[in-house]
Design a protein around this ligand. Sequence first.
Ligand code: PXG
Length: 300
Amino acid sequence: MSGAVYVNGRITTREEAAVPVYDHGYLYGDGIFEGIRVYGGRIFKLEEHLDRLYESARHILLEIPLARDEMRRAILETVRASGLRDAYIRPVVSRGPGDLGLDPRKCARPTVVIIVDAIQLYPAEAYARGLRLITAAVRRPAPDALDGRIKSLNYLNNILARIEANRAGADEALLLTRDGYVCECSADNLFVVTRGEVWTPPPHLGLLRGVTRDTVLALAREAGLPAAERVFTLHDVYTADECFLTGTGAEVGPVVEVDGRRIGDGRPGPVTARLVAAFRALAQTTGTPVYVEDPAAGRR
Ligand code: PXG
């Protein structure tokens, strides 16, 4: 058995875990999720991921049937049940089983799933040589269509972009806003480094405000680098000294080519390398410990 899965209060195996086909998460993508990493038995940025989970729920008027403390406890219990010290955690809260109409009022109780499994790492070779991106023809939805800050179960836009990248033989797709500004990648945020300044687009453009993104902005500032949210175009990407992407799965990944243009000298850059090292150090040394007695449960 690999991993453990919590479904509505019961922890089971990957093989046995199931949700009803009438769940509106399945029928309509009506729900939200998170992607969290466990490094060396510690959950990285758990509180930030919980913040975003509850904010996404609030936006879509989904009442998570667990209070935040209960959700935190359920996540910890599921990781413990998996026995894994390095893992990927996927909490998913969907509208729950309803009927075939999309009206969420038919769904009596949201479904809560927490998947804990081994992490599928990107090949180390991709980090050493750097990633190649293409700009997708498909655009990120405008925030007044579907705000990218909701980490929703509607990933078709991202998947269409990813298919474009796959068909072009690229590692990832870069998506623009309706107005042509750089937004984010299919499952990662994007940064450029130009003349020592670190830029990433602001969340109101309709991107997911990545936990890794916010962490890297803070690490850059701690390292004394000017780091800012800026609205910019592909011109700024093509002419950047360095480019990298950030995400829970990818961590900090150097980008060396975008739309056939070599970025900088075509190799992972020094600022990126510093941020990769700073991020790894933080991920290995901080986080919520999983395998210690829960202080609340410890009172006898
Ligand atoms: N933008 C989008 C659209 C995302 O889905 C990020 C940015 C980065 O956010 P974090 O908080 O992870 O720094 C994501 C990340 C995966 C995976 O397996 C990641 C995401 C979604 C699905 C899978 O890496 N989201």
